[in-house]
Design a protein. Structure first.
Lengths: 114, 112
């Protein structure tokens, strides 16, 4: 069964450092998403991406965040200068359609900012 | 209001029992209501979903009941099994966006 793959599974970084979280979406999917889940809290939408452009972003997705699809297969989330409150599980998701509910989620990257 | 309120926060059910998780929303623009199952260390996985033009949808042991006038929907797990032990999230999506608004989650434990 095809799946969304995320790397690394766990990343520890120092406050102020840049991090890049990587995702390989399912190959025929066209719509891509990042969500995050702070420990014990709900899953929150960050950004959606289609046709090499951001479709929608939340208020969490400020200038410190960026996304790109550098090589047509990987989909990355960059956090420029990490803060302690960025510590969370980050989930990538992809979908054939623009129905977000039909997206498949990856297993997540746990980001710990120290 | 973009929130989806979910209850209870945790639920303990004996094997064979019925698990019921409830969600409520305010935004009438929401037109798709999925439920997700999440096991520890995994991402959310779509379990079952409903649109507001039907009042109930059943898939195997999982049923969504939808009350449009009350803006409430619920997940029923019949004949609950220990393998159903997971965190369940309701969510909502509106027609003019592709982002999901998640509820706060319910941790279900099914004991043999």
């Amino acid at each position: 069964e095809p799946e969304v793959t995320q790397t690394p599974s766990h990343q520890v970084t120092q406050m102020g450092q840049e991090v890049i979280l990587r995702c390989v979406p399912i190959s025929n999917h066209l719509y891509f998403y990042w969500y995050r889940q702070i420990l014990g809290q709900k899953v929150e939408f960050l950004v959606s991406f289609y046709n090499n452009e951001i479709s929608e972003k939340s208020e969490i997705f400020d200038d410190q965040f960026s996304v790109e699809r550098p090589d047509g297969s990987n989909f990355t989330l960059k956090i420029r200068s990490t803060k302690l409150e960025d510590s969370a599980m980050y989930f990538c998701a992809s979908s054939v359609t623009n129905q977000g509910a039909e997206a498949f989620f990856g297993q997540g990257t746990r980001l710990t900012v120290v | 209001q973009q929130q989806v309120k979910q209850s209870p926060q945790s639920l303990i059910v004996q094997k064979g029992g019925i698990s019921i998780i409830n969600c409520a929303y305010e935004n009438t623009a929401f037109d798709y209501f999925p439920w997700y199952q999440q096991f520890p260390g995994k991402g959310p996985a779509l379990l079952i979903a409903i649109r507001p033009d039907v009042s109930e949808k059943k898939e195997g042991r999982f049923t969504i009941s939808f009350n449009k006038s009350a803006k409430q929907f619920s997940l029923h797990i019949m004949d609950s099994q220990p393998g159903d032990s997971a965190t369940y999230f309701c969510a909502a999506e509106s027609y003019n966006t592709d982002k999901l608004i998640f509820g706060t989650g319910t941790r279900l434990q099914v004991f043999p």
